[in-house]
Design a binder for this molecule. Structure first.
Ligand SMILES: [Zn+2]
Ligand SMILES: [Zn+2]
Length: 656
């Protein structure tokens, strides 16, 4: 059997964040790594989705071409995937000529079969820009919540889904002029024609995850409607018909075809250009699409209907879609910048800690919440204290007591056999979880083995038996090494970087998943290192603070009263090199404030300067000295610089 795994094509208008990883990518990678260890014929296909309006909107905002935008994000996404340990057999992009040809062929074939028809519709047109405006190019007041700035497809303020004509006082996003309604022709895919076929097909998928089935059945029950597959814009795959000049394929239509074009590219790169057919045209292939919840309708209904219309290609076998991940209790939002971006994460923390945390708390059946505190706790208490500790105590013991040579063992006792039995059944038990897309349960089973290992080490007391019962001690340590060796395979899908380190430390030649039921232990171990250091509170607090940088509204800001003041006198606070006590003049009165600028200013330099300060701050004592306000200063790498006024002004002037 061949296994063709795809993970949702990430949209090339931004970096990958934790929600994406938890939804589709990490599960896909765990699955393919496991299948490879099983020795199966599996390929993992991916790439970036590079068409569509969000990309052109971003390009226009940044005064760049769409191509520049997608070139940048394709590289950036590809790099952070590699750094996160994602293993793709091919990571392509939908702007390749090969993809254009394939998408156009797809269109033409189902067009010729009569599954595509045209329809006149009215759409907004901007006479100033001389172009039709896709949904997201129209802004206006939301009909539901009245907030201005809602887009033609959705109001981000209240979350309502909208149609462009719903907007009150619509404007063109680019030039802000009022658009007019104009007739245009679009091509529609006859999705409704596949209602019965899809119904029957979904009927054969009773084993699918409940969250996916519920969603799909809901859509089928409502009845499927035909969908437009063209758009009036320049960025995209041109519709291959003479009468469709200036129109491109809608991004949802061309993107999934990217799975096929990426597989073709993979085969070409391998120098076996027909090899892709063994997967896509082979009824024995198991096609698995890893996606997030927001993609279910496309992958479980529309895409299969497209494939049914085309006829030659296989249909999806499995669509193990995950639910959403929230972040500190709130929805992630790319547009609001509320997310943890993978490149930022990787600058500070190990990839495996995130792989562990996101799987430990995977949104497999329901939404899950990522918090930095959980991350810290799981890293410190489970990866470092339980897992890292077991590996470390075993290897350290063998280094110290046996000079790095792994003791042999015979005549196992009951407790030893109990552990061997656990190891024996582990590949089957954990493998089943992974095959059923229960990645979290698979990981928890492995962690149970680690805990058994620690308990075994504690109860066998090798540090005591080394002198009193040397044979028993040898057995104990041999068994512990078997556990370590077994973990160096079982954990590879989950913690690939850590497993590499362990394998080096124990001189391990990889075994396949099934063989690890009876792990072969190397005669000697190499030098060892601590696998997981602790992450301390300070670092976590900083990450939380970064996220909580909330937007405030004008009313909040107006509460802060800022005024000018003149510094009359200044001196260091006793026993401090940084705190300066200033006497300032405001509204013909004097006041005292304490400022932490002593590293950058001498008290004498300050006297006579006009500063900006917060007038209505609650008085507080700093190092025992009263401070009735706070001066403003700008901080950068170069140091701290006081804010002052552009021209001389009286003390007590209110900053507006
Ligand atoms: Zn609204
Ligand atoms: Zn315009």
């Amino acid at each position: 059997m061949k296994i063709l795994v795809t993970s949702a094509l990430p949209y090339a208008n931004g970096d990958i964040h934790l929600g994406h990883l938890a939804g589709a990518y990490l599960p896909a990678d765990i699955y393919v790594r496991y299948q490879r260890l099983k020795g199966r014929d599996v390929i993992h296909i991916g790439g970036t989705d590079e068409h569509g309006v969000p990309i052109t909107v971003l390009a226009e905002a940044q005064k760049k071409s769409p191509q520049e935008i997608v070139d940048h994000y394709h590289q950036s996404i590809k790099k952070s995937f590699i750094d996160f340990g994602m293993t793709f057999d091919n990571f392509s992009r939908t702007t390749l000529p090969l993809h254009y040809r394939l998408a156009q062929d797809f269109f033409m074939k189902i067009y010729d079969k009569g599954y595509i028809y045209t329809k006149q519709i009215e759409q907004y047109y901007c006479p100033n820009c001389q172009r039709f405006l896709p949904d997201r190019y129209i802004i206006g007041k939301c009909p539901k919540c009245a907030v201005d700035g809602a887009k033609g497809d959705q109001c981000e303020s209240c979350g309502s889904w909208l149609e462009p004509f719903d907007l009150i006082e619509p404007r063109c996003l680019i030039c802000k002029k009022i658009p007019e309604k104009k007739k245009t022709k679009h091509w529609y895919f006859k999705l409704s024609a596949f209602q019965d076929k899809l119904n029957a097909w979904i009927g054969t998928k009773e084993h699918w995850k409940e969250n996916v089935l519920t969603f799909v059945r809901g859509w089928l029950k409502e009845g499927l409607e035909d969908r437009p597959i063209t758009r009036d814009m320049a960025w995209g795959v041109p519709v291959p018909l003479d009468e469709a000049k200036g129109k491109v394929l809608y991004v949802w239509f061309d993107a999934p075809i990217g799975y096929i074009s990426s597989t073709i590219e993979w085969a070409e790169k391998k120098g076996q250009p027909d090899l892709w057919k063994d997967y896509w045209l082979n009824k024995e292939t198991k096609l698995v699409h890893f996606i997030g919840k927001d993609n279910i309708v496309f992958h479980a209904l529309i895409w299969p209907a497209m494939l049914m219309a085309y006829e030659d290609y296989i249909l999806p076998s499995e669509i193990p879609a995950n639910q959403f991940l929230t972040l500190e209790g709130e929805k992630l939002s790319t547009s609001k910048g509320y997310a943890i971006w993978l490149p930022d994460y990787l600058k500070q923390f190990p990839a495996d800690s995130l792989r562990y945390t996101l799987t430990r708390n995977a949104p497999e059946m329901r939404d899950a919440d990522f918090t930095w505190r959980d991350f810290q706790a799981w890293h410190n208490n489970e990866l470092a204290d339980i897992f890292g500790n077991f590996i470390n105590r075993t290897l350290t013991f063998i280094n110290k007591y046996y000079n790095a040579s792994v003791p042999r063992a015979s005549n196992y006792a009951e407790n030893d056999n109990r552990i061997l039995d656990i190891l024996k059944s582990a590949p089957q038990l954990i493998g089943e979880k992974i095959e059923q897309f229960e990645f979290k349960n698979g990981l928890l089973e492995i962690m149970k083995i680690v805990q058994e290992g620690n308990r075994y080490f504690d109860s066998e007391k090798p540090w005591a038996t080394f002198e009193s019962e040397p044979l028993k001690c040898e057995r104990t340590m041999h068994i512990c090494m078997k556990i370590v060796t077994s973990l160096a395979v079982l954990l590879e899908p989950y913690l690939p970087f850590t497993v590499q380190k362990i394998r080096k430390m124990i001189n391990f030649t990889p075994q396949n998943w099934n063989e690890i039921a009876e792990p072969k232990v190397a005669p000697r171990i190499g030098s060892t290192e601590i696998l997981f250091g602790k992450i301390d509170d300070e670092i976590i607090n900083r990450e939380i603070a970064k996220l909580k940088q909330e937007e405030i509204n004008i009313e909040d800001f107006k509460k802060v009263i800022l005024k000018t003041a003149k510094i009359l006198a200044a001196e260091f606070v006793p026993n401090s090199k940084n705190l300066i006590k200033c006497k300032i003049e405001v509204d013909n009165k004097t006041r005292q404030i304490v400022a932490g600028i002593g590293k950058y200013y001498k008290p004498d330099e300050l006297i006579g300067k006009t500063i900006i300060f917060v007038d209505n701050l609650k008085p507080a004592k700093i190092k025992g000295v009263l401070s009735e306000g706070m001066l403003l200063a700008a901080e950068a790498k170069e140091g701290v610089i006081l804010l002052t006024t552009d021209k001389p002004i009286a003390s007590g002037a209110v900053i507006k």
